[in-house]
Unconditional design. Structure first.
Length: 113
């Protein structure tokens, strides 16, 4: 069984929600105040704040406050563990599929097909 990585679990949990992915997509363009992030979601501000808390707990965003304005910024390097895990899984599955392809090819040759 694979080793359980709590940080990776936090990242996947944060990325699992479409609202949080929408927020990250917007933040990829640059920092934004919370009110701007909330606008396209149609959600109330407290709900958006909970989504932002999940993203911040996962390390995907950083926030700062200037007066009454809270601004969020993406932390792109936080996605590195996800990318590494996906690359590892791709390597494993490509190797498995290559072995399956070789097996099926051998069977087809034996049958003369």
């Amino acid at each position: 069984m694979a080793k359980h990585d709590p940080d990776l679990s936090l990242l996947f949990h944060a990325l699992a929600d479409p609202t949080r992915r929408l927020i990250l997509t917007r933040l990829a363009e640059g920092p934004a105040p919370v009110t701007e992030l909330a606008e396209p979601t149609g959600l109330r501000l407290p709900t958006v704040m909970r989504h932002l808390a999940v993203l911040q707990d996962a390390g995907l965003i950083a926030t700062s406050k200037d007066g009454r304005v809270r601004t969020c910024a993406i932390v792109p390097e936080a996605l590195s563990p996800v990318r590494t895990w996906i690359d590892e899984q791709r390597t494993i599955w490509e190797a498995r599929l290559d072995r399956l392809d070789a097996f099926v090819t051998d069977i087809m040759k034996e049958r003369g097909t």
